[in-house]
Every structure is written in structure tokens, then in C-alpha cells.
Design a protein around this ligand. Structure first.
Ligand SMILES: [Zn+2]
Length: 159
């Protein structure tokens, strides 16, 4: 069996966690409405793992996978998801998804990206990616370094 990369759906209170999962390269949607049967139906249809902080969700009938998160801190929640779902975090898969739209980024040629980013970025960065939906351009810079530091500090990736 080919192991497909896990996809997630979180309840509306887990927006920060969802961004981190996207940053790690996991397709993650945040269910905007009240968590309930509709959310589970969507999870089932799209084969998504449900992440929720609501104990009542765990008691519902659901044949897919659902994890009740107990931690409140985002880093601790992330650790919880990685452990419970046995996720294998690889740097090669990180920074490939728009943190806002959850869409896979497309590479942009440096010449083209130059006109869409601040001057100092255009001069100093080589690799650019763009979201096909919101058109946001991502590059290897301070934000990526800070994110990596955060992940290292919390033992989610190794140095
Ligand atoms: Zn986007």
C-alpha cells in the first residue's frame, strides 16, 4: 500500500496549529463553522484526519481518524499531532504550501519574482515560490529561519 501523506481538518479554535501543519507541508483546512456532523462528513469525503479540542466530537460516531488534542500551547499541540499521527517531518517538504490558503506553492523565476518582493529580498534571495490563489510570494528569509528555530527549540526538527 502506498502511504499517502496525511491531510488534516481542524476545528475553528486550532487556526494557529493549522498554519504550522501547512508550514511543515501538510494539507490542512480549518473548519470555519461549529464543529459537528458536517465537519466529520467533510473529513470523511476528503480523507482528512480530524483534530479537535472538543471532547464531545470524540464521542461521535466516525469511522475515520480523529484525535482529541489536550494541549493548549501551539507548539505542544504540534508535538501532540506529530506523536499521535506518527508524522515524519522532513525539511524537504516544508515551506511548500501557502500558510493562508493551504494551496501548493509554485516556483517563480528570480527575474519574475524580483518585481514582486522588496529590493533587499530580490538582491539576496535565490528561490521564490508563489501561491496560485492569493499570489503571495514566499522566499527563504527571516520568517523561514525563525520558523526553523522555533521547531528546533521545541524538538520538532533536529538542528
Ligand atoms: Zn495563498
Amino acid at each position: 500500500m502506498i502511504s499517502e501523506r496525511s491531510k488534516f481538518i481542524t476545528d475553528a479554535t486550532l487556526g494557529k496549529l493549522a498554519k504550522w501543519l501547512r508550514l511543515l507541508g501538510y494539507n490542512t483546512i480549518v473548519y470555519p463553522k461549529e464543529a459537528g456532523r458536517e465537519m466529520l462528513r467533510l473529513a470523511q469525503a476528503e480523507k482528512r484526519i480530524v483534530l479537535t479540542r472538543r471532547a464531545d466530537m470524540a464521542q461521535r460516531q466516525f469511522s475515520g481518524s480523529l484525535h482529541l488534542l489536550t494541549q493548549i500551547d501551539t507548539a505542544a499541540q504540534l508535538r501532540e499531532v506529530i506523536d499521535k499521527c506518527s508524522l515524519n517531518i522532513v525539511k524537504e517538504k516544508m515551506f511548500a504550501i501557502c500558510l493562508i490558503c493551504n494551496k501548493t506553492l509554485n516556483p517563480v523565476a528570480r527575474d519574475q519574482a524580483r518585481h514582486m518582493v522588496p529590493d533587499y529580498v530580490a538582491q539576496n534571495c535565490q528561490v521564490f515560490n508563489q501561491c496560485p490563489s492569493c499570489r503571495k510570494v514566499y522566499w527563504e528569509g527571516t520568517h523561514q529561519r525563525n520558523s526553523l528555530q522555533f521547531l528546533q527549540k521545541h524538538g520538532i526538527i533536529e538542528n
